[in-house]
Design a protein around this ligand. Structure first.
Ligand SMILES: Cc1ncc(COP(=O)(O)O)c(C=O)c1O
Length: 412
């Protein structure tokens, strides 16, 4: 079949968007008075508390803001060191750098999570906090990492931006450390385009976080409008993508600033933007409440699609991740010799594969010196990021779509 008749398969592109979200967003676009204030952000906090059975939960404009305040609440001072894995995003590095602390990059293992042996080597007497990232939804090696943290008196933040609903030894990720942080960005487990959450059981930490949160401004109206516009624009853009129009709708919307950016130009050079950090707007929290009802459905679907990849990809040139039922498989990441070539071949067949992460601190167009990462710091992260390609697992991927991807990968 000619590729113009083949359904487009996306890896990012608002994968969690539902008709209900579009309806809610369009309704909200006509009610700007309800964009900032209301009870929805508080309802998200209650949902988080119940979901994780934790004492405290806080909502923010993003995961990066949640991480920034998590670090601040742990009394990070200039000159302190924060251990964080490479094979991460610039916004994570920024959250550390903006506290005045120094990020110390720890290498990864073949599961894209922190390598406990390298962690041991990188701890100095200046180390204060360990950030444990559960990459692509897969639990890190918590047994070892938690032990090392305990031996060295390190506070622990779990970065669950990719892993809401994932587990380790049947216990929810985010509940092992002092603080857990989450992202509700457009490509994450559940989404409101831009949003974040934080949980903790510690009274002192919670009271500090509350203080920071109380001082935060509301999101700007223009920003909320962009996030609400994301819904109808992506809804129409994706529907019309296969006839070539959708691509233009999305590109023009971006150019005209009708939609938001995931990471701003200033952030790519290590600078804060003017309009963030902020509170989670009522309007976005309202959409997120729709999404919280779908979390099990979304994650079960991701696991089922990932299982198909796991069972049916049999190309000896491809390295698959080790299987675990406890991952929520936000993206199923494989390693290939030339990911750009595979991505190109896929595109010819209307399959857009993902590029998380194509360099040790992503995205590729950042000023890496501002992240504090130096070439050679984490050789394995450098090696694996040059070979990574993500297959989609989201609710839009049918078994037939997955089979198309499997065939493509097996024939590569
Ligand atoms: C590993 C990781 N942690 C934290 C974040 C921050 O999340 P947010 O985009 O909601 O700020 C991201 C963002 O993509 C991420 O990839």
């Amino acid at each position: 079949m000619s590729s113009i008749f083949k359904k487009f398969i996306f890896t990012g592109f608002a994968p969690n968007l539902t008709n209900q979200d579009v309806k809610t967003a369009c309704g909200l676009l006509f009610k700007p008075w309800s964009w900032k204030k209301g009870d929805s952000a508080e309802k998200i906090e209650t949902w988080l508390k119940n979901y994780f059975s934790t004492k405290y939960a806080f909502a923010f404009d993003s995961g990066r803001t949640a991480l920034f305040y998590a670090l601040k609440s742990l009394n990070i001072k200039p000159d302190d060191e924060v251990l964080v894995q490479a094979y991460t995003c610039m916004v994570v590095s920024n959250a550390v750098v903006w506290t005045g602390a120094k990020p110390i990059y720890v290498d990864i293992d073949s599961d894209f999570n922190m390598d406990a042996n390298d962690l041991q080597k990188k701890i100095t007497n200046k180390a204060k906090v360990l950030i444990i990232q559960h990459t692509f939804g897969k639990p890190a090696n918590l047994e070892k990492l938690l032990n090392i943290a305990k031996e060295n008196n390190l506070k622990i933040i779990e970065d669950c931006a990719h892993s809401l609903g994932g587990k380790f030894n049947n216990k929810l990720l985010g509940t092992f450390g002092d603080i857990g942080i989450f992202s509700f960005g457009s490509d994450k487990i559940i989404s409101c385009v831009r949003g974040g959450g934080l949980i903790t059981n510690d009274d002192k930490t919670a009271s500090k976080i509350k203080e920071y949160q109380t001082r935060l401004p509301h999101s700007r109206l223009l920003k909320i409008k962009q996030h609400l516009c994301h819904y109808p624009i992506f809804f129409i853009g994706k529907k019309l993508y296969s006839i070539g129009v959708g691509k233009w709708i999305l590109a023009i919307a971006k150019k005209l600033n009708l939609t938001n950016k995931i990471i701003y130009k200033q952030e790519k050079i290590g600078k804060q933007v003017l309009f963030y950090p902020s509170l989670l707007p009522n309007a976005l929290a309202k959409i997120l409440l729709n999404q919280t009802e779908k979390i099990s459905e979304f994650n079960n679907h991701r696991q089922q699609i990932a299982k198909l990849y796991n069972d049916k990809i049999n190309n000896p040139k491809i390295t698959k991740p080790d299987w675990t039922n406890e991952s929520v498989w936000l993206r199923y990441t494989i390693l290939v010799e030339n990911p750009h070539k595979l991505r190109r071949l896929a595109k010819n067949q209307n399959i857009i594969l993902g590029d998380w992460y194509s360099c040790p601190i992503a995205p590729a167009d950042i000023n890496i010196t501002k992240s504090g990462y130096k070439a050679g710091d984490c050789p394995k992260a450098e090696q694996l990021s040059a070979m990574s390609i993500n297959l989609p697992t989201d609710k839009n991927i049918t078994n037939t779509d997955a089979e198309r991807i499997i065939n493509l990968v097996n024939q590569y």
